[in-house]
Ligand binder design. Structure first.
Ligand SMILES: *Cc1c(COP(=O)(O)O)cnc(C)c1O
Length: 485
């Protein structure tokens, strides 16, 4: 294998080195799939020792075959295999085959999405994908816009930042971009469910508002934001002279997949002149299921939407988008640099996507969406997403019928939270039992499931993002778990 080549070029020897390296890598990766379980099982100290690296930069290197052999020997066997049907711990999905091919194209051409001259066709494709996504989520595509981001956390920050600046511009006649926060910034309030993602607090900190600006709203039995409680909180804040500017609807909570009532939240936001942001990092995928899309129809009513493609959509990390109903709000993120995105460029038809983005250099992640959406079509996608949601419903029903298990919320998406109850003659308390079962599954059985806390109890969690899972396999996993009790 020729391995001292630097780049893929028109030169025949470079091309053949490229093909050799990619082929050898693909073979090594495929061979690493022979292990039947999600995780080989090594405990953390043993794994750390096995991967101890004295010399990251040896005096003399080796050829590509040499480094690939090392990776094959020490790293690949101990990577987690999210494509395994034994893996359901997190909102972390396997990557669809065609999207791995997209990654090869993305990495090989290494386009940078900040300016048109660094990514001509890639820029145009991202614009097309964003326009179609706006349509998919029910926005008016002529008024809406969006941008790809590094993930849900960044998409949330982007949405909330635009909300803050919109509020300051329209209600306080204050330009945050130019002057920083107004003097009364400590009175700003945003509202999210008490089980919303922690990126709300992180964003509040980054935006200079601090955690105290995030008001946590209690949830009802279905784990949705309690709208009546929210109304009282807003009223009390207004009475106290505070400035409510934004409500965050969680469309698929990280633990339960519960969906806040966006129609009701819209009414409340209109009444109090607030921005409605949808954190649909998880639930954005539901739109693809013909059977279940109605559950997220309220997204069209939100002012900004966080979409994650590296969760339910099963595209490789990272892949996310921030969609905005009224594109004029993107002005908050626009800054012109003489070397990169000159104002005159736009007049001549050059689109510089950096104008909408927090990142400067940015990946061509839109290609993954473009290829996978067009290849599988609405029918193919509907089947995949519907199966994940059906699986969750089936598993929930099996659990609900078992007396040794307690279930909490009927799933709206694909997460099922439950806990095992100790056998009547057992000395082990319930929390210890559930923690022990998760560890045993991970290290002794190579099965990776989630653990969380619900209503004060340690619980187990299945996040079902793998459409290859069958009802039979779910029965088998339940029997395995019950046998460890
Ligand atoms: C995963 C998740 C996020 C964070 O998204 P990343 O892509 O991990 O940055 C935000 N909100 C919710 C509800 C999530 O589930």
């Amino acid at each position: 294998m020729q391995s001292n080549k630097l780049f893929l070029t028109p030169d025949a020897a470079d091309k053949s080195a490229y093909i050799d390296i990619m082929t050898a890598t693909a073979r090594a990766v495929a061979a690493a799939m022979d292990h039947p379980r999600a995780y080989a099982g090594m405990e953390p100290y043993a794994l750390r020792e096995a991967l101890h690296t004295d010399e990251l930069l040896p005096a003399e290197g080796c050829d590509f075959a040499g480094i690939l052999a090392d990776v094959k020997d020490r790293i690949l066997p101990n990577l987690l295999r999210p494509m395994s049907t034994d893996y359901m711990a997190h909102l972390h999905s396997p990557a669809l085959l065609e999207s791995i091919a997209s990654e090869l194209i993305i990495a090989t051409f290494n386009q940078s999405m900040d300016s048109w001259d660094q990514s001509p066709a890639a820029t145009e494709i991202e614009v097309e994908v964003i326009r179609n996504l706006c349509k998919l989520y029910g926005y008016d595509e002529t008024l809406a816009d969006g941008v790809f981001t590094s993930g849900g956390s960044q998409s949330n920050l982007s949405g909330l930042l635009l909300a803050r600046d919109w509020f300051c511009n329209t209600h306080l006649k204050w330009d945050v971009k130019k002057s920083g926060l107004p003097e009364n910034f400590r009175k700003f309030r945003m509202y999210s469910s008490e089980i919303a993602h922690f990126s709300m607090e992180k964003s509040a900190h980054l935006m200079g508002l601090g955690y105290e600006s995030v008001v946590k709203v209690p949830v009802n039995d279905a784990m949705q934001m309690d709208i009546a409680a929210l109304r009282e909180l807003i009223k009390a804040d207004v009475a106290a002279g505070n400035l409510p500017f934004c409500v965050v609807a969680t469309v698929g909570t990280t633990d339960f997949g519960s969906i806040d009532n966006m129609q009701e939240l819209r009414k409340l936001c209109d009444e109090y002149n607030m921005w409605l942001h949808a954190d649909a990092a998880y639930g954005s995928g539901v739109i693809m299921s013909a059977k279940y899309a109605h559950r997220v129809a309220g997204l069209a009513d939100c002012d900004s939407i966080t979409v994650d493609f590296h969760k339910m959509f099963m595209l490789p990390i990272s892949c996310s988008a921030s969609l905005i109903k009224d594109k004029r709000n993107f002005d908050a993120l626009t800054i012109h640099a003489d070397y990169l995105n000159r104002e005159e460029d736009e007049e001549d038809g050059y689109i510089n996507l950096v104008n909408k983005s927090m990142q400067t250099t940015r990946r061509f992640d839109a290609l993954k969406v473009w290829m996978s959406f067009r290849m599988r079509g609405a029918a193919g996608w509907s089947e995949i997403i519907t199966r994940c949601i059906d699986n969750a419903e089936y598993f929930y029903n099996q659990l609900a019928a078992d007396k040794s298990v307690e279930v909490f919320v009927k799933p709206e998406i694909s997460s099922v939270v439950f806990r095992l109850l100790p056998a009547p003659d057992s000395k082990e308390d319930a929390d210890t039992l559930n923690k022990r079962i998760r560890r045993e599954l991970l290290h002794k059985r190579g099965v990776v499931i989630g653990q969380t806390v619900c209503r004060g109890h340690v619980c187990l969690k299945f996040t079902l993002l793998n459409p290859m899972l069958t009802y039979g396999k779910l029965d088998e996993l339940l029997q395995l778990i019950l046998s460890l009790r």
